[in-house]
Design a protein around this ligand. Structure first.
Ligand code: NAD
Ligand code: ZN
Length: 381
């Protein structure tokens, strides 16, 4: 089959590799119809995630048609159109019973925190991902969700990660009626966090980024205020000025670690002025929230970016919540929001690229070129 192949940082290619096989009685093989590139894939692409092995296929946001099922699979059948949450989970361990699917105990035995994730290095289990013609889906009785007939397939693929992650970011912010919510990052995750904040009662939503076309998009799509951080000297002071010197009730980090020497940094000569390290957004979130406020983190910080200004957090008595999103938990509510026209996920799709051109697609998304917000890779028919 044709699949995206990791060759090293900033080097990915579409190449032939063997089709995946049923390895356990509860596996399914899914023929991929849509597969997105995520901001999380950029951490792999930039070489920030340890144990990302040459030859791995990325892709944890995909939909497709069930092609084959193992002998014990009961809940999906050949021909079903499914969306597959990015978490691989068993559905029965201590954590899954609490709907903490992203923290499943059984799908990534070597880790103490995160469970299995498709195409996300051996630190999350070493599973191959869906930027390919076919993908092996383990634990197929619990992992895939059959796409309801009235949900558009482009909306469905955004329900595998970006949309529920933004939604969970807002939910973890514990937003109270009328709260001011600041979202750092106007990528897909930040865009859905901003949109979800309104659904949870926010009185004011402010999104911070420096990519003008993204700020323009989120301003219209999520009806929020925007701040270009390149026009601001001190982020915390700026947010305080905007909030009667209190600070925001809730800050959401939808950025995570940024690559040293990344395309984004090369694009801006003023990089050093605003980039104190590779954890700028997290610092800004902690420093911009009001005393007693809540910081919600969904931006990913792989080692060695695991550095927290814990003293500031302590002195402010803030609540910090964070997790990988537990996608499946949110699906019933998100289907309803989509039916009601509250979320419109597919409006963020800007690019639809043949899988053969995966190398260009990564470059464009990583460098924020060509007004790119979300790219769908389309495998050959
Ligand atoms: P993206 O790369 O498309 O968007 C990130 C945005 O942040 C970009 O527009 C960039 O210009 C902006 N940015 C960079 N530095 C900033 C700063 N200091 N302040 C404000 N904005 C800044 O990525 P995405 O797909 O939206 O994902 C965002 C983050 O969420 C990534 O870290 C990703 O790994 C993470 N993520 C987490 C989960 C989860 O379950 N927790 C799921 C999906 C993605
Ligand atoms: Zn993702």
């Amino acid at each position: 089959m044709l699949a995206m192949n990791f060759r090293g940082p900033y080097r990915v290619r579409a190449e032939q590799k063997p089709d995946p096989q049923i390895e356990h009685p509860n596996d399914a093989i899914v023929r991929v119809s849509r597969s997105c590139i995520c901001g999380s894939d950029l951490h792999l692409y930039h070489g920030l995630v340890p144990d990302t092995r040459v030859g791995m296929t990325f892709g944890h946001e995909f939909t497709g048609v069930v092609e084959e099922v193992g002998p014990s699979v009961q809940n999906v059948k050949v021909g079903d159109h499914v969306l597959v949450p990015f978490n691989i989970f068993c559905g029965s361990c201590f954590f899954c019973q609490k709907e903490l699917y992203s923290n499943c105990h059984n799908t990534n035995p070597e880790a103490t925190a995160v469970g299995g994730i498709y195409g996300y290095s051996h630190t999350t289990g070493g599973y191959d991902g869906g930027q390919a013609e076919f993908v092996r889906v383990p634990l197929a009785d619990v992992n895939p969700t059959v796409i309801p007939r009235d949900i558009h397939p482009d909306d469905a693929v955004l329900l595998t990660d970006a949309c529920p992650t933004g939604y969970q970011a807002a939910e973890m912010g514990e937003i109270k009626q009328g709260d001011t919510v600041v979202v750092f990052g106007a990528g897909p995750v930040g865009i859905f966090a901003a949109k979800s904040a309104w659904l949870m009662g926010a009185g004011r939503v402010i999104v911070v980024d420096h990519v003008e076309y993204r700020l323009e998009f989120v301003k219209n799509f999520a009806q929020c205020e925007v701040v270009n951080f390149r026009e601001v000297d001190d982020m915390a002071i700026h947010i305080k000025k905007m909030t009667d010197w209190l600070g925001a009730d809730v800050c959401i980090d939808a950025v995570g670690c940024e690559a040293a020497g990344s395309a984004m940094q090369r694009l801006t000569g003023r990089y050093l002025k605003w980039q104190a390290g590779t954890t700028t957004a997290l610092h800004w979130a902690i420093n911009s929230v009001r005393k007693g406020g809540t910081v919600s983190i969904v931006g990913v910080y792989g080692p060695p970016y695991n550095l927290v200004p814990i003293g500031n957090a302590l002195n402010k008595g803030i609540t910090m919540r964070m997790n990988q999103a537990s996608v499946k938990r949110h699906l019933p509510r998100l289907f309803e929001h989509i039916r009601a026209g509250n979320l419109e996920p597919r409006k963020i799709i800007t690019h639809r690229v043949p899988l053969e051109e995966v190398s260009d697609a990564y470059h464009i998304f990583s460098s924020k070129l060509d007004n790119c917000i979300k790219t769908i890779l389309v495998p050959p028919r």
